[in-house]
Design a binder for this molecule. Structure first.
Ligand SMILES: NC(=O)c1ccc[n+]([C@@H]2O[C@H](COP(=O)([O-])OP(=O)(O)OC[C@H]3O[C@@H](n4cnc5c(N)ncnc54)[C@H](O)[C@@H]3O)[C@@H](O)[C@H]2O)c1
Length: 337
């Protein structure tokens, strides 16, 4: 399957705008010229900014779907870790017989890394997946706006920040859109597609189509704090943390109640560890500020754990420990046991 998107500047030869040699030869032979009339073009390059929990997953699924991927992170160590995680994930798929070794190698070959946003000029669409901080995202989007051609769609994977506010950091608010992937990206089918007031219908349609090409299901949501997913999910996680904080039950007991009683595949505290406790706190703060409503106030225990660096799986400890040895649970009164 070849990725396809419309409305982008046409490349002339291999190497330009992510043009592959085969596609360039088709272009020169005139086969793509017909499509040009409607300004529709094959785009082979997708940019991803941020190689963390989400960004590496987006890069992986885009690579598997046949896109040339440019994965950019300001930290070279994060790129090395992200690529390592992609290698591990693809290796598991091969072991399970869900991917051939040839496809694994081809996917890895399609993913190139960089620490420079200027390497994203060939991308028809860039997914921003940096930390959930308004100012960092606005700075990254404004820089992308400067280096990318005007047709490039700038998608943000923000969990909760206003698309409207992020779009205002660019000169192309019509081409800024929310593409909210779920964690872990290779496994989760949903992508919430968030439309800001300025988002052009064409940009929305292209992103919907791209989402399907990545093997995901797009669901349309309008711009509002936390969108739908996190506005519903985070208050539940926060309430579970309050239960732990107030000594109503232990972390494993709270998770067990929600797994066995509500048929959730994992408990809310284990899920918070998977999401990242810093990410959870950032989202709650966006809900709290966005609605100016105390029902979204973050539990003091969550704030304390983030301050302590107990950020969940990525830090090796959160409400549980991860890594070597038995899994321990966090008890507010006396730590891990
Ligand atoms: N973790 C989740 O479960 C989840 C789910 C859906 C959406 N999100 C959203 O995805 C985004 C990323 O979250 P994450 O969990 O992957 O975070 P993360 O902390 O794992 O990764 C963020 C990455 O961004 C990089 N970064 C920071 N500033 C940068 C900059 N200026 N330029 C380039 N790279 C920069 C960091 O080095 C890091 O590697 C956030 O907006 C988050 O809200 C997270």
């Amino acid at each position: 399957m070849s990725p396809r998107i419309s409305g982008l500047r046409l490349p002339w030869q291999a190497g330009e705008m992510g043009m592959t040699a085969a596609r360039a030869s088709e272009w020169r032979s005139g086969r793509i010229m017909k499509i040009e009339e409607e300004f529709v073009v094959q785009v082979d390059t997708l940019g991803v900014v941020g190689a963390g929990t989400m960004g590496h997953g987006v890069a992986q699924v885009a690579g598997q779907a046949g896109y040339e991927v440019r994965l950019v992170d300001s930290a070279s160590e994060a790129l090395a870790v992200g690529v390592g995680r992609i290698e591990k994930s693809l290796g598991k798929l091969v072991d399970k017989g869900k991917l051939t070794d040839e496809d694994r190698q081809a996917t890895l070959a399609r993913i190139k890394t960089s620490t420079d946003l200027a390497d994203l000029t060939a991308a028809g669409l860039v997914v921003e997946a940096v930390v959930e901080k308004l100012e960092v995202k606005r700075q990254v989007l404004s820089e992308l706006d400067r280096v990318c051609p005007p047709e490039t769609i700038l998608a943000t994977n923000t969990s909760s920040i206003s698309i409207t506010r992020l779009a205002a950091a660019t000169s192309r608010p019509g081409k800024v859109i929310g593409m909210h992937f779920m964690n872990p990206v290779p496994l989760m089918r949903l992508v919430e597609i968030i439309r800001g007031p300025a988002t052009e219908p064409e940009a929305f349609a292209r992103v919907e189509e791209l989402t399907r090409q990545l093997g995901k299901t797009p669901v349309e949501v309008h711009d509002s704090p936390g969108f739908v997913s996190n506005r519903v999910l985070l208050p539940m996680i926060n309430e579970a943390i309050f239960c732990l904080y107030e000594g109503v039950a232990t972390a494993p007991a709270i998770d067990e109640v929600m797994k066995l009683g509500m048929n959730h595949p994992m408990g809310p505290l284990a899920l918070a560890d998977l999401i990242g406790l810093d990410v959870c706190l950032d989202i709650l703060r966006v809900l709290y500020d966005g609605f100016v409503d105390s029902k979204y106030r973050p539990c003091p225990l969550l704030v304390k754990m983030v301050d302590a660096g107990y950020l969940g799986r990525k830090a090796g400890r959160g409400f549980y420990t991860y890594g070597e040895g038995d899994r321990l649970a966090y008890h507010p009164a006396d730590g891990y046991r």
